[in-house]
Each structure stands twice: as structure tokens, then as C-alpha cells.
Design a protein around this ligand. Structure first.
Ligand SMILES: *Cc1c(COP(=O)(O)O)cnc(C)c1O
Length: 378
């Protein structure tokens, strides 16, 4: 009679505006998870909504083998916004598909099979990306997943150096692990991954599905550290609510890519939403705002922990990708935040409360989140 995969919460949402969601009984919730980081510009952003409406009225869908202006515009925009010279764009419908394509392109361009991923990584839930995902709970019951994957400790340069060899097609890294607990990597580690993959002729893949689109204070998190990968994957906030994934690749990857495709690749309506989202992000310097307000929120949380002696081990992250490691369970904290304080957030493992608010929040919203955490944890 109903869905069975998601453990649904006891709040029925009816509408949304900016950082707020409204339930059917009229309660206002501050959505500090941006609904899995998708509502980067906040819910029902007017520029995105009107782009969707206009495009839907003009042409809702045409197959990707016929060029259409909105899609060409998006290819060009992503190529221009991509770090370095990774200018080739593949469009799909989700993060996991963007990573599947990255796996396929890296294997076909290198002619090699082995892929290195990291412990506590999250790269998606289809059987290819799932093979790169660490958590056994997500993986074990569905085995066999794709083969040829080896795991190394995230942040350990020596282990990575030992694992990479001339059989290695790709190394997959999140510049900051999201689902795995908000674990940032050092600039040195990401640079070492760049040097090691280059020497070995392997592709460096940055999964920026969560860290990208301005979340960490730059459009892409790799720009914070000045490291350019061969492949970058994006999804989540890229079309502010419509399903879109993108795999951006350097020429040597694109030139070596074998046959790939997808019926819904680059549909005009999602492309129009993504163009409006990216234009707004660039024109309003949303990454700069995320950096500033992220510092404000992080300092506010740290000050509250100190002042009220809250049971918190650490506040960490970058920009508006913030993890608060709590001494008691994250899920209990999240439940109280939602039901007593009307603040919605996400878990990242068992002990981390994860804040991925819309990038357009202001100080008043940040203050409200700090107050809510203070009262729930006190
Ligand atoms: C969410 C996420 C994915 C998977 O994206 P879906 O759209 O859910 O398939 C992959 N990698 C990272 C880092 C993510 O945060």
C-alpha cells in the first residue's frame, strides 16, 4: 500500500520556501539538511521555478542525440565552471549514475580494471557505485557488487601510494567525506593523490556530489586546495531539486570513453533548472556567502559548546558542510531537533549531526540552529 524503503518521519510536508518547509498542519521547519543538500538555493527558488515552467511549456523532453539550446548551454556552462580543463560533460539523473559513468570512463580510457576507494566513503547505491561505498550495511545483503575495488584509509598518503600501481584505473575520493562523518582531507593528501595517480597513469576522480555547487565556500571543494582531478562528479544541488547528475572529464578520459548512454540524459527541463541554478550561484556569489555564513555558524556552534558545556566532541567541516560529533546518539538528537525545535538536519554515521543548510541562509537562521542545538543538548 505504501513505500517501504524509506523510514518515513512523522511530519508530512506540504510546501517549501527558501530554507523553510511547511507541514500539513502549518508548522514551519528550518531545513538545515536542504533535503539531502539538494535545495542549495532554498526550496522553490523563483528563478528555478520559472525556468522549469517556461521550458516545460516549450519542450519537456527530447533525446540527447538531438542538440537543444538549453542542454548545449548547460554543457558550455559546466565546461566553463569546471576546475582546470575538465571540459567534457556527461549528464545523467543522479549522483550514483554520475559515479557509475566515472568508473566506466576511467576503465575504458586506461584499459585497466582496478579502482581504489576509501574507508568510510559514500559514492552511491547502484551495484557499481556501491562497490566503492564502504558501509557493509548498505552493501553486504546485495552482493556481489562490482569487482576490482580496493579500499585504503582516507587521509593516509602512504597507504594510497602502496595501493596505486600500473593496474589502477582510478582513485575515487570525496574532498570531504560526507555521509562517512564529515571528514575533511588535507590539501597535502589531495595533492599527493593527484601526483600519485598522474605518475601511475590512473584517473583521479573527485566525487563532489555533496561538496560541490558552492557548499564548501568555493564552487567545487577541490578549488579550496588547488587540485584538479581528471574526472569530477556532481549531482544533489546542481538543479536545485530536479534530478540531475553530471560527470565532467578531461580530454584524455572523454577521448577514451567507450559506448555509454541513458534515455533521460540532459532532458530540457532539468537542464533549464540547472542553468538557472548555476547562473544564480555565480551571479550572487553564493559560494562566497556560504564561506562567510559557514564560518559564522561553525563559530556559533563552537561557542555554544564551550559556554554551555554541551556533550559535543568536535565541530568540523568547511563552509556550509558542517558535522557536529555528539557524545550521545546522533539519531536521538536529530529527533529532538525536529520535533521540539522544528530544525531538520541529517545524520552522518551514528555520532555526527550533519548540517547542509541551503546556501542562502542568513545569520538569523544560523542563530536559530545554534539555539536549537543548545537547548536539545543541554
Ligand atoms: C548523495 C551522494 C551520492 C549519491 O547520489 P544519489 O543522487 O543519491 O545517487 C554519491 N556520492 C556522494 C558524495 C553523495 O553525497
Amino acid at each position: 500500500m505504501s513505500g517501504f524503503v524509506f523510514n518515513e518521519k512523522p511530519i508530512t510536508i506540504e510546501s517549501g520556501e527558501g530554507p523553510y518547509l511547511y507541514s500539513d498542519d502549518g508548522t514551519e521547519y528550518l531545513d538545515f539538511g536542504a533535503s539531502y543538500a539538494v535545495a542549495a538555493l532554498g526550496h522553490s527558488h523563483p528563478a528555478v521555478t520559472s525556468a522549469i515552467q517556461e521550458q516545460a511549456a516549450k519542450l519537456t523532453y527530447v533525446q540527447a542525440s538531438y542538440p537543444v539550446e538549453v542542454r548545449t548551454e548547460l554543457y558550455e556552462k559546466l565546461a566553463a565552471l569546471a576546475p582546470g580543463d575538465i571540459e567534457n560533460v556527461w549528464l545523467c539523473n543522479s549522483g550514483t549514475e554520475a559515479n557509475e559513468a566515472a568508473m566506466k570512463f576511467a576503465r575504458s580510457a586506461t584499459g585497466r580494471q582496478k579502482i581504489i576507494a576509501t574507508k568510510r566513503a559514500f559514492h552511491g547505491r547502484t551495484l557499481g557505485s556501491l562497490a566503492l561505498t564502504w558501509k557493509q550495511k548498505y552493501k553486504k545483503p546485495y552482493e556481489p557488487v562490482a569487482g576490482g575495488v580496493e579500499f585504503v584509509t582516507y587521509g593516509d598518503e602512504e597507504e594510497l601510494a602502496e595501493a596505486i600501481d600500473d593496474e589502477t584505473a582510478a582513485v575515487f575520493l570525496e574532498p570531504i567525506q560526507g555521509e562517512g562523518g564529515i571528514n575533511p582531507a588535507s590539501a597535502e593528501y589531495l595533492q599527493a593523490a593527484r601526483d600519485l595517480t598522474e605518475d601511475a597513469g590512473a584517473a583521479l576522480v573527485f566525487d563532489e556530489i555533496q561538496t560541490g555547487i558552492g557548499r564548501t565556500g568555493s564552487l567545487w571543494a577541490c578549488e579550496n586546495v588547488g587540485v584538479v582531478p581528471d574526472i569530477l562528479t556532481s549531482a544533489k544541488g546542481i538543479a536545485n531539486g530536479l534530478p540531475l547528475g553530471a560527470t565532467l572529464c578531461a580530454d584524455w578520459i572523454a577521448d577514451g570513453a567507450a559506448s555509454h548512454g541513458s534515455t533521460f540524459s540532459g532532458g530540457p527541463v532539468v537542464c533549464a533548472a540547472a542553468n538557472a541554478t548555476l547562473d544564480t550561484i555565480v551571479e550572487q556569489d553564493i559560494p562566497g556567502h556560504a564561506a562567510e555564513i559557514g564560518d559564522y555558524l561553525t563559530s556559533g556552534l563552537e561557542a555554544a559548546v564551550e559556554e554551555h558545556d554541551l556533550p559535543v566532541r568536535e565541530v568540523r567541516g568547511e563552509g556550509l558542510m558542517i558535522g557536529v560529533e555528539v557524545k550521545r546518539g546522533a539519531n536521538r538528537t536529530l529527533k529532538h531537533l525536529a520535533l521540539s525545535e522544528q530544525l531538520l538536519a541529517l545524520p552522518a554515521g551514528r555520532t555526527v549531526v550533519r548540517f547542509l543548510p541551503p546556501l542562502v541562509i542568513d545569520e538569523e537562521h544560523a542563530d536559530r540552529a545554534v539555539d536549537a542545538m543548545t537547548s536539545v543538548l543541554s
